[in-house]
Design a protein around this ligand. Structure first.
Ligand SMILES: *[C@@H]1O[C@H](CO)[C@@H](O)[C@H](O)[C@H]1NC(C)=O
Length: 164
């Protein structure tokens, strides 16, 4: 009897979420100011976001669509994403979750660890509206991407966005 009640409750909750269209979804946000890789990582957390992790082609395209509309972005202009190979110097991993990179979208010939000094990844505009990934010195200053889950049916997140 208990189990049946639970199942019914779960179904009702899902019906409610479905009917109201209030599903949690991952969103990206671009900073206005520039920072080194580690400052960028911390700043995302300080504003209640997480550092951005691009895990699928769909997410890559979502980021492209976000950045396409940013003002003053020329070819080569980059934003930190939160992947690094610091310490291991071999495998890249997402610093926040610790996941290895399964999906990547590097520009050709990258990552090249140029001058043995590039251990952090950014996404940059390779041609108008198209973006690719590249490794950069972690202390270079770039704008950066954070991510958050849009709370179901809340405008609270919209308010936070203007702070970064
Ligand atoms: C990489 O990004 C480009 C868009 O800039 C897209 O056309 C392509 O499909 C992506 N490649 C992969 C493997 O996702």
């Amino acid at each position: 009897m208990m189990n049946v009640q639970r199942v019914v409750l779960i179904i009702i909750v899902f019906m409610f979420l479905g009917a109201s269209g209030c599903k949690s979804s991952k969103k990206f946000i671009a900073s206005k100011h520039k920072a080194g890789f580690h400052d960028a990582f911390i700043t995302c957390h300080q504003y209640g976001f997480k550092p951005a992790e691009i895990l699928t082609e769909e997410e890559h395209k979502t980021v492209e669509n976000l950045l396409k509309n940013e003002k003053g972005i020329g070819t080569g202009y980059g934003f930190w994403i939160s992947a690094t190979n610091l310490d291991s110097k071999q495998t890249y991993y997402w610093l926040n979750s610790g996941r290895k990179l399964f999906y990547t979208n590097f520009s050709s010939g990258q990552p090249d660890n140029y001058k043995n000094n590039e251990n952090c990844l950014h996404i940059f505009q390779i041609s108008l509206g198209h973006f690719a990934w590249n490794d950069m010195p972690c202390n270079s200053h770039q704008r950066f991407l954070c991510q958050y889950n849009e709370e179901p049916c809340s405008t609270y997140e919209e308010n936070k966005v203007s702070l970064l």
